[in-house]
Design a protein around this ligand. Structure first.
Ligand code: ATP
Ligand code: MG
Length: 573
C-alpha cells in the first residue's frame, strides 16, 4: 500500500471543541476529523473514521467466523408486518423509526433484526439435519433515541453486529450462547476495551438469560453493581433484591394517626415527626407510595423513603401491562385518594393493586400516609395494617447495598454497554412457527439466541477509555495507521519522511505521513497527538546525524533512533 499523505488527505482538524459535545470521546472524534455531525445522533464518517470502523468490524467478523457464524446482510428498510406479528411494532414506542411508502404501506428502519432472521431461516431450512445454525450481519440500525448526546456512542443511526443462533434444544442453545460469550471475550480483548460481564434483563427482546458487556467509564449511561466479596456483577436494572423473611417475634405497637401539616416531601415530614412528635426517624423508615396506572387500572408502588422508583424496572415487572402516570385528572376522578397523603391502607378495598419493594418486608413497620389530608400514621405494619399484593424489585439500588448472593456491600459504577447476549428461547420461533421436522416425523420448535455488539459505539468507547488530555490514543489493534511520521521542517525532512513512509509500507506497516508544507512543526506535533496513532516518528533536526525521534503515544516514551534502524524496529513489532 502507499502511505497516506496529510498534504492531500481529506482532513481538517479543529482547534475548538464542538458546542454540542458533552463527552470527551465525542469532542475528540470531531476535533480530530473522524466524524462530522449531520443531525442529532446522525454522523458522517470521514476517511479516518471509515478506517477505524473497518478495523473494529474486521476483528468482530474474525471472531464471529471463528465460531462458525456465517455473514449475511439484511436491508435496514423493512416492511412492518413481521414486527406487527411479534408486537414489537407497537412495543418499541417512540424508539422505532416508522415510515410509509408511496402506496401508504407501513415500513420501518430496523432497530434490530430478530424477526427477519427467524423468517429467513424458516424459509431456507426444514429438517432437523439442517440445525444448528448461526448467522450474523454488520449492518446499520436505526433507533430514535431520546437523548442522542454522545456522538457515535449513542447514535440514532449506528452500526451493529447482530448475530442469531438457531438450535433444536435448550442444551444446543446454551452451547451457542457460550460460544458467543467466548467470542465476545476475545473480541473485546483484541479491541483493547476494558469491560465487565454483568447479569442483565432482556427488555424488549423478551428472553430469559442475558448478559451485558459493559465498558466502565464515568460518562456511561448504565449503572452496574459489583460485589466487594463474591463475583456477583449485574446491571442495576437486573439486581434482584431478596424478600426478607418476617421476624415472627417482632411485635409492634398499635398504629397511631398523627397530625403532620406543612410537611411536603419526605425530608420535611421527617423533620416534622422528629420535632413535633418526639420521634427519632429517618427517610429509610418512611414509605414512599406512588400511584401509577397499569393498563388504566390504579396500581400503588411502595418503596422506602430514601429510594426512588426505577420506572424501567417497574415497566418490565408489570409487562406486558403498560405503565402510565397517575395524573391530576386521575386524582380528580378519585376523591378518595388524598393527594400527598395516599398510602396502602385500605387500598385493596379501593380496587388498587399494591406492589412493594422487597425491603417493605412482611411484619415490618412504617410511617406512611393516612389517606387523610395533613395526616400520617406511624407503626403501620405490613400484613397487619395493610397488605402487599406482590413484591417487585423496583427501587433504585444504592452504593453499599447488600449483594443478593452473599450479603456483602456492593459498589456502583457507571458504564457503557458495548455488547449484549440473550437467550431468546422460543419467543420468535413461536411467533412465526419456526419448526424443524424431527427424525420421528414430528415438528421440533426451534430455540434461539441473539447477540449484539455496537460497532460504531465500540469506536467511541475505545476513544473514551484510552484518550488523554492531548487527544486520542488508539491501541495498535484498531488504530487507523500504525505509524504517524511527522516531517518537522522543510524539503529535506519531507523527502526523508516520505522515503521512510514508503519503506515502512513495504514492510507491511500502515503509515500516515505529515508532509504538509503549509503547517508549522508545532501544529503537526499537536495534530499527531490529537489523531492518536500509537507510534509517532519525528523527522527533524536529528536527521543531519541520521537520527529520528520515536515517540510512543501510549506511554509518552521518546527515543532517538537511527533512521536506518526504524524499519527493522517497527516492521517487526
Ligand atoms: P442501550 O441500553 O445503551 O440503549 P440497548 O440495550 O438498547 O443499548 P441492544 O438492543 O442490546 O442495545 O443492542 C445491542 C448493542 O448495540 C448494544 O450492546 C450497543 O453496543 C449497541 N447500541 C445500542 N443502541 C445504540 C445506539 N443508539 N448507538 C450506538 N450503539 C448502540
Ligand atoms: Mg442491551
Amino acid at each position: 500500500m502507499l502511505p497516506t499523505r496529510m498534504s492531500t488527505m481529506f482532513l481538517r482538524t479543529l482547534r475548538d471543541d464542538p458546542a454540542d459535545a458533552e463527552v470527551p470521546s465525542h469532542r475528540l472524534l470531531v476535533r480530530a476529523g473522524y466524524v462530522r455531525r449531520v443531525a442529532p445522533g446522525i454522523y458522517t464518517l470521514l476517511p479516518l473514521g471509515v478506517k477505524i470502523v473497518e478495523r473494529v468490524a474486521t476483528i468482530i467478523r474474525e471472531e464471529m467466523n471463528a465460531i462458525g457464524s456465517q455473514e449475511v446482510l439484511f436491508p435496514a428498510l423493512l416492511p412492518a408486518a413481521p414486527y406487527q406479528q411479534t408486537g414489537r411494532w407497537d412495543e418499541y414506542g417512540d424508539l422505532l423509526m416508522r415510515l410509509k411508502d408511496r402506496r401508504g404501506n407501513d415500513y420501518l428502519l430496523a432497530p434490530t433484526h430478530e424477526e427477519m432472521f427467524t423468517l429467513l431461516v424458516k424459509g431456507e431450512y426444514a429438517s432437523y439435519r439442517d440445525y444448528p445454525v448461526m448467522l450474523y450481519q454488520v449492518q446499520t440500525k436505526y433507533r430514535d433515541e431520546a437523548r442522542p448526546r454522545s456522538g457515535i456512542m449513542r447514535g440514532r443511526e449506528f452500526v451493529m453486529k447482530d448475530s442469531y443462533s438457531f438450535d433444536l434444544d435448550d442444551a444446543g442453545q446454551q452451547h451457542s450462547y457460550d460460544l458467543h460469550r467466548q467470542a465476545y471475550i476475545k473480541t473485546f480483548e483484541r479491541l483493547g476495551i476494558d469491560y465487565r460481564i454483568v447479569a442483565a434483563i432482556s427488555g424488549a427482546m423478551g428472553g430469559s438469560q442475558s448478559e451485558e458487556f459493559l465498558a466502565p467509564t464515568p460518562v456511561g449511561e448504565d449503572t452496574f453493581v459489583t460485589c466487594s466479596n463474591c463475583d456477583y456483577a449485574a446491571n442495576v436494572e437486573a439486581v434482584e433484591v431478596r424478600v426478607e423473611q418476617p421476624d415472627p417475634d417482632a411485635t409492634h405497637p398499635p398504629m397511631r394517626n398523627l397530625h403532620t401539616p406543612d410537611s411536603p416531601g419526605i425530608g420535611a415530614l421527617v423533620e416534622t415527626l422528629n420535632r413535633d412528635h418526639g420521634m427519632d426517624t429517618d427517610a429509610s423508615k418512611l414509605l414512599k407510595n406512588i400511584l401509577f396506572k397499569v393498563d388504566a387500572k390504579p396500581v400503588m408502588v411502595l418503596v422506602p423513603g430514601d429510594r426512588e422508583i426505577d420506572e424501567e424496572r417497574l415497566a418490565s415487572a408489570v409487562a406486558p401491562g403498560e405503565v402510565t402516570a397517575f395524573d391530576e385528572a386521575d386524582f380528580a376522578a378519585r376523591p378518595d385518594f388524598v393527594k400527598g397523603y395516599v398510602s396502602a391502607l385500605g387500598m385493596q378495598e379501593a380496587g388498587v393493586i399494591v406492589l412493594a419493594d422487597p425491603r417493605v418486608a412482611p411484619n415490618s413497620n412504617w410511617v406512611t400516609g393516612a389517606n387523610e389530608y395533613e395526616h400520617h400514621v406511624v407503626d403501620a405494619v405490613v400484613g397487619r395494617d395493610f397488605v402487599v399484593d406482590r413484591y417487585v424489585s423496583v427501587a433504585t439500588i444504592a452504593d453499599g447495598d447488600p449483594c443478593p448472593r452473599c450479603g456483602s456491600p456492593m459498589h456502583l459504577d457507571r458504564a457503557v454497554e458495548v455488547g449484549h447476549i440473550f437467550q431468546l428461547g422460543r419467543k420468535y420461533a413461536d411467533a412465526f412457527g419456526l419448526d424443524a421436522l424431527g427424525a420421528d416425523g414430528k415438528p421440533i420448535r426451534i430455540t434461539m439466541g441473539s447477540y449484539g455488539i455496537g460497532v460504531t459505539r465500540a469506536v467511541a468507547v475505545i476513544a473514551e477509555q484510552t484518550h488523554d488530555e492531548l487527544g486520542l490514543r488508539w491501541p495498535a489493534s484498531v488504530a487507523p495507521f500504525q505509524v504517524h511520521i511527522v516531517a518537522a521542517g522543510k524539503a529535506d525532512h519531507i523527502a526523508a519522511a516520505l522515503q521512510l513512509a514508503d519503506e515502512l509500507e513495504a514492510a507491511g506497516v500502515s503509515v500516515l505521513v505529515d508532509d504538509r508544507t503549509t503547517a508549522q512543526a508545532g501544529v503537526k506535533f499537536k495534530d499527531a497527538e490529537l489523531l492518536g496513532m500509537p507510534t509517532i516518528v519525528v523527522v527533524g533536526r536529528g536527521l543531519v546525524e541520521g537520527k529520528v525521534e520515536l515517540r510512543n503515544r501510549l506511554t509518552g516514551e521518546r527515543n532517538d533512533v537511527l533512521l536506518t534502524e526504524i524499519v527493522a524496529l517497527l516492521g517487526s513489532s
